[in-house]
Design a protein. Sequence first.
Length: 518
Amino acid sequence: MARKLALSLRTSVLLVVAAGLLVPAILVLPFAIDRVRHESDERIERQLDQYASILELGAREPLWSLSPQAVSPLVEALLNNPDVVSISIVDATAGPLMTIDRVRPGSKVRYVQRSVSYRQRDLGTVRIGMTGDSVRAEQAHRVWVLLVLTLVQLSLAAVLIFLFLRRRLVQPLERLGLAADRLASGELRHPVPQGGEDEIGRLAARMEGTRRELLQLFAELQTAREELEARVTLRTHDLAAANREQAALLERLRGAQAQLVQSEKLAALGSLVAGIAHELNTPIGNCLMAASTLEDQRRDFVRETEQGLRRSQLNTFLHGVGDATQSLVRNLQRAADLVVSFKQVAVDQTSSQRRRFDLQEIAHEIEVTLAPSFRKSRCRFVNAVPASLRFDSFPGPLGQVITNLATNAITHGLQDHAAGEFRLDAQALGASRVRLVCSDNGQGIPAEHLPRIFDPFFTTRLGTGGSGLGLHIAYNIVTGILGGTISVESTPGQGARFVLDLPLEAPHSEEESRELQA
């Protein structure tokens, strides 16, 4: 870049100097040449006039005496000048006395004619012609010498001016350009070359000041960078320590969440046990009453047999035994059904074993186990799940999801709601999926709560029985082990509707996949 600038400046200076010298010379040269030509013409005219006057004086005696030999020496002397090409002497009475003509074709000749008189008498005329070639040649030589001297003078002046400008302008600018390139590339160790007290010297001084300021700024920047690096290192160390603390806290929170989830499961199972115990209390009490009655009838029968058994007494005893046994069988069957349902639900929810099952059966078992809770809340559990929806999945987690949704409906949606209803509907979606809809006709969910409904620990009844984990657990189970999706739709005052899209065959875990491949 600096080299290109220097060449461009040198060329510009050379052109300016040449133009400054040539233009005046070119403008003056035509005038000088015209002046030389004018001087040449004047010289030729003077010389021709002078030769004509000499010939006029020299021809008086020969014309008076009619003797051409007398004028011959003068004519020969005039003809020694190569420019004289024509001489003619004519007597007024006798005619031409002498005529000499050596004009070359194409020559430009000037003629002067004079009358010759002597003693008040006209003797004749003389005529002389000149070309002026020698004069013009001499003048042309002078012009060429002048041009050569002018060119030499212009060349010397141009060289001197160019060398002067190169030394005082171009070379200092080249040095400043190199210094500017070093500054631009960040090389601040070399000082900027200083010049004189002219403009370039002052520019170099300013550049040197800029270089020193840049050195100071870079030193300050280096110090600031080192301080910043130290701060960043300290902050990084602090952030690493904070991240470790947050990771440990997050791990503790995850442990606490897992414990809360497990507690929630155990609490649900405990509530289930309490409900089953309450349900078993009635049939077992009836059985105990029937057995006590049967024992009283047996003692009465034994006593009557010792006194003498009558047929009517035997019939009464047999009738009482039959009623008692029927009551025992009915209530014991009821208790056995409750125990079987509770056992299946408890095993499924605690073991999470994969098996084949019918969705309607799972819904019925949950209906039986949750019957006490629904009767207590004066609500109704409607099982509208059709038969023959066979799953190869995890009945325990699925039952826990339905239980959590039903419990959530009782706690939040159907509380203080007359004729409350929790409904299960299901329909097949093609050959591989089922849509299970859990809905209620309760008070619904506010629109601002819907985006956070599945967040952990989100509840509107914190401190009054709500843990905020029921729907979160249901969401994790549906999207995790069951391999489905769950969404919620609700309008305040019109209940809530949870839609579960589930595959008939749950995804296999890595261990199950390896077992199937084996």
